[in-house]
Design a protein around this ligand. Sequence first.
Ligand SMILES: C[S@@+](CC[C@H](N)C(=O)[O-])C[C@H]1O[C@@H](n2cnc3c(N)ncnc32)[C@H](O)[C@@H]1O
Length: 275
Amino acid sequence: MESRKQSEREFHNLLRDKKLESSVHFESLTANKKYYSITRKSLKFVERWLSQKCLGKKVLDYCCGNGGRSLSIANLGAAQVVGIDISDASIENAKINASNEGINKKLQYFVMDAENMKFDSNTFDIVYEAGVLHHLNLERAYFEIARVLKPDGHCICIEALGHNKIVHFYRKMTPHLRTGWELEHILKKKHISMANNYFSKVEIIGLFHLATLAAVPFRNLQFIFNPLLKFMEFLDSLILRLPLIKWQAWQVVFVLSKPSKDSNKVEQNSVKAII
Ligand SMILES: C[S@@+](CC[C@H](N)C(=O)[O-])C[C@H]1O[C@@H](n2cnc3c(N)ncnc32)[C@H](O)[C@@H]1O
């Protein structure tokens, strides 16, 4: 395995090691978790999209981590959900979580490299990915997603953006919270545009979280946090429409459709689809 992928596996195995969860080291490794206290709007937005698209469908949770989203997609009525990740600790956790929820019949998890998936072409109706593309060789990831999607399938992506210099400065100052590759590959507009080489339709459907970031320091003071977050969400809904400001957002949601099925590009992988 390439050393970059080995580092990804080791880093995420450590992050998802249940035995480390109460240690000081774990706390310092997950210090950026606090920023996710303000993400309810983007989470709800993606959840709504999935609830409209996933009913009765075959869904791939691309680099699923512990599989939290796979569970919710299964609960939204998907026929089958398959999660893959290069981290074996994550896949182990995902299997346990599915079994605890009692919905493991609909769910399958595999340790697999997202850049060389073992699924047949045209397998999935929907691909979901969150915070993953900047961990991968982007062209390879777009190629693979386009390959495994059915011609009328869609891929929804929720990703961090690299345009905001303050947010990016924070990332540079906290290298222990991420892999080296990740830091250098946070998506910008041009990287989303590259998807046009693999999909005929690339739509940005949401930009989230700029003013809302100011609520993070108050997350433990609910009486301030709740009204402040509501106000900042309102502010974001106004300022993230402005052309000069909107790309300063922390997160972007985009949808890839009409995958290119160029037969010269599409490789047949060896292992049969499992669903
Ligand atoms: C930031 S985490 C996101 C996990 C999950 N999507 C979530 O939202 O919780 C990125 C994930 O990508 C996985 N990953 C990195 N490189 C990979 C590769 N080449 N193939 C499969 N998974 C990979 C990591 O193990 C990690 O679980």
